[in-house]
Design a protein around this ligand. Structure first.
Ligand SMILES: Nc1ncnc2c1ncn2[C@@H]1O[C@H](COP(=O)(O)OP(=O)(O)OP(=O)(O)O)[C@@H](O)[C@H]1O
Ligand SMILES: [Mg+2]
Length: 319
C-alpha cells in the first residue's frame, strides 16, 4: 500500500476564456483533488477533451491553475530552489513533434542537465550516456550522435523520456506516451516507464491515457475524468472489477470482452453528448440512463464508498 504522498493536489481548476470562440468562460478542469504516493503510478483516464492534458500541464508548471493548489512533499521541497517546472516533467504524445529535428540527441539531453545541474559539458555528456542507458538506447555514444530523423518512433519516445529524466524530476507526467507508437512496441515503452518507478529513477507518475487496459498494466490507481470532473477514483483492480460510475462502466464496456458480453452486463449508453451539461448538475446527466431530476440540478460530490474507492454519482447505492 502506498502511504506517503509525493504530490498533493487540491481543488485544481482551469477556466479558459476565449471570448471569440465561446461566449462563456470554459471550465476545462473543475475542482480536482488527488495525491500521488511514493512509487505510485496513477492513471488519468477520460475521453478526448476531458481535461487530461490540461491537468498535466498545470502539474508541470506549464499552465497556471485558475484555482487550487499543487504541493510537492516536504522532503522534496528541501531540494531548495527547484521549481515545479523541473521537479515535474512531461512526456508528450507525439515523439515526432517533441524533438527539434536540427538538434543532435547529445544536445537535446545534455541541455537540461547543464541548465538544471550547472554541470560542465563533459560531465553533462557523461550523465547523458547514463540516462540513455536507463532508457535502453545502447550503445549510448551511437545515439548521442544522431538526429531525430535517424530514429524510429519508439526510439524517439525513449529520447523524450531521457530528456525528461535529464532534469532529475520527482514526478513524470506521461501524456498518452504510446498512443502514436506502433502497436508492437507499445508494451516495451510502457515497461520502461514501469521500470523507472521500480528502479526509483522517479518517485511517482501520472499516466494519461484513453486506454483502460494499458492503465491496468501500469497503474496502481485509476482516476476517471469526465468533462473536467473526477467522477471515480480507486485502486485499479477494485475499480475495474466493480466500476461504480455509469461513465466508467461505459468506458469499460467499450472494450471488447466476450465473457462480459455473454453475461449481458454491458449498459447501453449513448456515446456522444445528447445535450448541454446542466449548469449545477452532474456533467454526465445528459448521457446517463440512470439520471433523474436531482442529477440535473445538483452536482454529486466525490464520495468514498469503500476503502479508497470514491465515486461522484447520486445513483450509486450506499455500500
Ligand atoms: N489554451 C486553451 N484555450 C482554450 N481552450 C483550451 C485550451 N487548452 C485546452 N482547451 C480546452 O480544454 C478542454 C480540455 O482539453 P485537454 O487538451 O486538456 O483535453 P484532453 O483530455 O487532454 O483531450 P485529448 O484526449 O484529446 O488529448 C478542451 O475542450 C480544449 O478545447
Ligand atoms: Mg490530451
Amino acid at each position: 500500500m502506498v502511504s506517503e504522498s509525493v504530490l498533493e493536489v487540491h481543488g485544481l481548476t482551469k477556466v479558459f476564456r476565449v471570448p471569440r470562440r465561446r461566449a462563456e468562460p470554459f471550465v476545462a478542469v473543475r475542482d480536482v483533488s488527488f495525491t500521488l504516493g511514493h512509487g505510485e503510478v496513477v492513471a488519468l483516464v477520460g475521453e478526448s477533451g476531458s481535461g487530461k492534458t490540461t491537468i498535466g500541464r498545470m502539474l508541470a508548471g506549464i499552465e497556471t491553475p485558475t484555482e487550487g493548489s499543487i504541493r510537492l512533499s516536504e522532503e522534496s521541497a528541501e531540494r531548495s530552489g527547484r521549481s515545479l517546472r523541473q521537479r515535474v516533467q512531461m512526456v508528450f504524445q507525439d515523439p515526432y513533434a517533441a524533438l527539434n529535428p536540427f538538434n543532435r540527441i547529445s544536445y537535446t539531453i545534455s541541455r537540461p542537465i547543464i541548465n538544471y545541474h550547472q554541470m560542465n559539458n563533459a560531465a553533462a555528456l557523461e550523465r547523458a550516456r547514463e540516462i540513455l542507458g536507463t532508457v535502453q538506447l545502447i550503445p549510448a555514444d551511437e545515439y548521442l550522435e544522431k538526429r531525430p530523423h535517424q530514429l524510429s518512433g519508439g526510439q524517439r519516445q525513449r529520447v523524450v523520456i531521457a530528456r525528461a529524466l535529464a532534469a532529475s524530476p520527482e514526478i513524470v507526467i506521461a501524456d498518452e506516451p504510446v498512443s502514436m507508437l506502433d502497436v508492437s512496441i507499445r508494451a516495451d515503452v510502457l515497461r520502461l516507464l514501469r521500470d523507472l518507478l521500480d528502479q526509483k529513477k522517479v518517485s511517482a507518475m501520472l499516466y494519461i491515457t484513453h486506454d483502460l487496459l494499458s492503465a491496468r498494466l501500469l497503474a496502481q490507481r485509476i482516476m476517471v475524468l469526465y468533462r473536467g470532473n473526477v467522477v471515480e477514483i480507486g485502486e485499479t483492480e477494485t475499480l475495474l472489477t466493480n466500476p461504480l460510475h455509469p461513465y466508467t462502466k461505459l468506458l469499460w464496456s467499450a472494450i471488447p470482452n466476450p465473457r462480459r458480453a455473454a453475461e449481458g452486463k454491458a449498459m447501453v449508453i449513448p456515446t456522444a453528448g445528447t445535450g448541454d451539461i446542466p449548469k449545477h448538475g452532474c456533467p454526465f446527466a445528459p448521457r446517463c440512463p440512470l439520471a433523474d431530476e436531482r442529477c440535473q440540478v445538483e452536482m454529486p460530490p466525490l464520495e468514498e464508498r469503500t476503502n479508497q474507492h470514491a465515486v461522484a454519482c447520486h445513483m450509486v447505492e450506499g455500500v
